[in-house]
Design a protein around this ligand. Structure first.
Ligand code: UDP
Ligand code: MG
Length: 330
């Protein structure tokens, strides 16, 4: 081994039921890696509790290539935690996180590495257009980013998902966030460092299906908000204050009308019922929001593991965070 080996790039790809796509992913990736001869590469696949042959495919690729690594989780832990597991096991000087379903084009990797070599610490792949998405997905994404950037994380990069490249310093910084309720792309908005973007066009899925159904998307948005801001709790407070002001305003009006001799038939009763209803509603909404935050706190306090590894391929059984491993050769 030379004294000054070329930089190691870890490509981290979470997979859940992607058995039909991993070989195609590798076929697109390998020639690109081979052409970038100034880098060494390792590809870390994380099987996130798939029920299809994903793990067997990963195991086969690991047997064929020393620089392909596999981490099989004990069950499905979700996309964000699968990425975290991959990050814990990778040893690169540079890291690229990308989906294994070929929606994130591997052809962007040379440009990403170019930007990292220029001195940027993080490169976000940003979707240049969202025409492959349904109208509903586009509209909710727009709303989500507008809300998040206005109220929660002003530095959140719009239309940048988890397809990113970053260097070792950023990887080490990310590993210092042991959060249970995760919104990885939000962490990047709090990290600082020199960040830049690269536009790309996201392809449609060629096989398999998206795991982000409406319920998962709503959960994702909830985690993004609750892990980063207490704004909804404050919104409850403002609603309560508004209602109190309205109640006092009404009392003042009623008093003024009574004083000027105007007779209104039982107006107070209607208004009291309306205000009472609003107050009740607000109270229950607030209780629900407090409950959600308590659940987040409970999850953080319990400190349960973020993921559990069942098997590894071409890797030690435990993530060894500080050891630089030889990735093998092409
Ligand atoms: N994924 C995962 N665990 C999950 C869901 C998804 O590891 O519980 C992986 C999936 O295999 C893919 C990536 O995360 O490589 C993105 O998921 P998906 O394609 O379903 O999301 P979409 O592209 O539709 O937003
Ligand atoms: Mg996808």
């Amino acid at each position: 081994m030379s004294l000054n080996p070329s930089p190691l790039v870890s490509i981290v790809a979470p997979c859940h039921n992607e058995a039909g796509l991993i070989d195609a992913f590798m076929a697109r990736l390998l020639p690109l890696c081979a052409a970038l001869s100034r880098f060494r590469f390792e590809i870390v696949f994380v099987d996130d509790g798939s029920s299809d042959a994903t793990e067997a495919v990963i195991a086969r690729l690991c047997a064929e290539h020393a620089h392909v690594k596999g981490v099989a989780l004990s069950r499905n832990f979700g996309h964000q935690r699968a990425i975290t597991a991959g990050l814990d096991f990778c040893a690169g000087d540079y890291v690229i996180v990308m989906d294994a379903d070929l929606q994130d084009p591997p052809e962007l990797i040379p440009n990403m590495l170019g930007k990292l070599e220029e001195g940027y610490d993080v490169v976000h792949a940003v979707r240049a257009d969202r025409t492959v998405d349904s109208f509903c997905k586009r509209a909710t994404a727009k709303l989500f980013y507008a809300f998040m950037r206005r109220w929660v994380l002003p530095d959140l990069v719009e239309n940048a998902a988890d397809f990113k490249g970053f260097n070792r310093r950023v990887l080490d910084a990310l590993r210092r966030y042991p959060e249970r309720v995760q919104f990885l792309r939000g962490l990047f908005a709090t990290l600082g460092f020199r960040q830049t973007t690269l536009p790309f066009v996201r392809a449609s899925r060629v096989a398999g299906e998206s795991k982000y159904h409406v319920r998962n998307v709503l959960r994702f948005a909830r985690d993004a908000i609750m892990s980063n801001t207490a704004l909804p709790l404050r919104a409850g407070l403002y609603c309560g204050l508004l209602l109190i002001v309205a109640a006092f305003g009404y009392a003042a009006c009623a008093g003024a009308l009574a004083a000027s001799g105007v007779v209104i038939e039982n107006p107070l009763l209607h208004v009291v019922i309306a205000l009472g209803g609003a107050l009740f509603g607000t109270t229950f909404v607030l209780l629900g929001i407090i409950g959600e935050y308590l659940k987040c706190l409970m999850l953080e306090v319990k400190q349960r593991p973020l993921y559990i590894v069942r098997a590894t391929y071409n890797l030690p059984a435990d993530a060894d965070r500080n050891v630089s491993r030889d990735p093998g050769h092409w």
